[in-house]
Design a protein around this ligand. Structure first.
Ligand SMILES: [Cu+2]
Length: 137
């Protein structure tokens, strides 16, 4: 087990004590931005702050939140999302989601792509997201 000092010398932040489930990217139309959805479970006794995401299959991969105000749907970019200690957060249609801005041609239903989530403090988690079409396949 490496101590904090050893980790600092190596320049590596520890991976957070957290897990990603149900990770998927939904491609509706080729070459249009695609939504990414998952559940993030924080097993630690401290809150975890998600600050960004990246994938080789997406160009830029943004954190977004869908809103409905006065019957109009819109989405806004968010710069962080907090997960409570021993809690979970769900990225799901109609709420928080990842926005895959420039989906690569390889993002076809049945494929998988790696997505790296980054956290305040410098830790990160890389998970394979499965690519699905409009109807969840
Ligand atoms: Cu969006």
């Amino acid at each position: 087990m490496l101590g904090i000092a050893a980790l600092a010398l190596l320049g590596a932040a520890p991976a957070p004590d957290a897990e990603v489930h149900d990770a998927r990217i939904r491609v509706l139309l080729a070459s249009r931005p695609a939504g990414g959805y998952f559940q993030l479970d924080n097993h630690a006794a401290e809150p975890l702050t998600l600050t960004g995401a990246a994938s080789p299959g997406c160009g830029s991969l943004m954190l977004h939140r869908s809103m409905n105000s006065g019957g109009t749907d819109s989405m806004v970019a968010v710069d962080h999302v907090s997960v409570p200690a021993h809690g979970s957060i769900r990225f799901a249609p109609g709420g928080y989601h990842l926005m895959c801005m420039q989906p690569a041609p390889t993002l076809r239903p049945g494929a998988t792509i790696p997505v790296t989530l980054t956290f305040a403090g410098g830790g990160s988690l890389t998970t394979k997201f499965s690519v699905e079409g409009a109807h969840g396949r």
